[in-house]
Design a protein around this ligand. Sequence first.
Ligand SMILES: [Cu+2]
Length: 413
Amino acid sequence: MSLLRAAAAGLVVGILAVVTGPASVASAHGEQTQEAFLRASTVLLYDVKFSDTYVAVGEPVTITGKVRIMNAWPEHTIPAPHTGFLSIIAPGPVFSVQDRQLSGQFTPQSVRIHKGQTFPFSVTVVARDEGHWHVHPSFAVKGAGTLVGRGEWIDVGPGEFHNTAALASGDLASGDRVDLTDYGTPTVVIWHAIALLIGLGWLAFWLRRPVLARLSVVSDGHGRSLTSIVDVKVGLGFVALVVVVLAGGYAYATSSAASAPLPLQVARIAPTVAAEPQPLVDSEVTRAQYRAAAESLVLTVKVRNTSDAPVTLSAMQVAEETLVPRGQHAHGAVPALRITDAAPGGSGSGGSVAAGEERTFTVTIDAKPLLARNLLPLQEPQVRITGLFFFSDSAGHQQVSEVDEVTSPILPG
Ligand SMILES: [Cu+2]
């Protein structure tokens, strides 16, 4: 038995060493492990731009774009969106968020959102640590998780970091100025240590007895016979200790002037929704098909130009991936579309529709980049393709239309 105990103790020590040891820096963010439907049909961040990809420590980078809460949101699977939070994803606290805005409004906390809304966003971050970091804008939705937009590698060179946001907002009621980066750290450490000691004491009290032998008694239904009156008294003692520590901590916190508690502050606003621009086209996907042999998705799209200038279908976005026509090399986009006229013998109008005209296009999407990014779950009998079509005219007007189509069944073979 003592050998078993030694082995068990060794195992526990080993696990603790692994989980508490220093972790290596992440080089990716795991967004491709999120399910395709979640990434494609909940929140899309598009038109993502980074103001800089090379800065020094202490210098800012502003990430802008638009966040769209999709109409295709799968309410049958995940609860409807009500609360969202704009932020960034980076490998650890290597950037400090100094400003975050939705529709030009300062939104330091989570905000109220609804399906179908679009907000322009802007996040300004200041580099804290030197290195080569992959950074994404992100939008977290309560009940669904955190969705990311296109990422960018940012190189951070040497410099000096002054946490101006923390200093500016660190005026205490007592008149002191504090640096919020590490203000109150000793108190946090002490409370963690107290909780750890109580927890370890509780574990030591129970685990000094043979666990496996007692387990068999419990599974035989005689668990009660294992607890003595002393065990009950010790258990109640622990309860009393926890209550005393919590009540004492509360009394100390409220009575000591140095750590006058801040009231909880919640200001959950509903940001103004971006005004819908004048529509350029009416568009409708009339057919969707997956062609296994060619590894391509083929959409038939009917487009009626309702504006008075030629309009072009210029790009499509699925989850965080922007797809542009082949031959184009837009930064951060994948050249994976071929847009042709659907009519027999139709020429390559390149996805353009003249003013007032109606055309039907065949949009062939190369499935390989989507498959490589886990965006086409082909093991399912039908594939749902959800995303955004971007239409634009020569004057720079843009229209964003949602696509949410189920392909005709994919037959094995
Ligand atoms: Cu990344």
